[in-house]
Design a protein around this ligand. Structure first.
Ligand SMILES: [Zn+2]
Length: 100
């Protein structure tokens, strides 16, 4: 069964790859906390998880970094190079170029 939301996407023409039009306040019902899957809420310009109280900052009104608090446990078959690159990428934080 296709959800109502999926049907909307199927029947709408592709708008291109331009900037996101909807604000987080408009799409917050679709977002979940990466740690506990609780629906996020829009609160004072941030996204807030009411269960674990994590806040996810919104940058420039159209970019949010919604990552789990800890890296995912990778399977033992992953190469050391991939594992190291994953951990290194996970530990990077978003920085706005204008604030550097
Ligand atoms: Zn949470």
């Amino acid at each position: 069964m296709v959800s109502e939301l999926s049907q909307d996407f199927v029947h709408q023409p592709i708008q291109g790859c331009g900037p996101m039009v909807a604000t987080f306040a408009q799409i917050v019902d679709l977002l979940r906390c990466p740690d506990d899957a609780e629906p996020l809420r829009y609160a004072s310009g941030d996204l807030l998880c009411p269960r674990c109280a994590r806040r996810f900052s919104i940058y420039e009104e159209d970019l949010a970094e919604i990552l789990p608090s800890r890296p995912h446990a990778l399977p033992g078959t992953v190469s050391p190079q991939y594992r190291n690159a994953y951990i290194e990428a996970f530990e990077q934080n978003y920085r706005d170029d204008e604030t550097i």
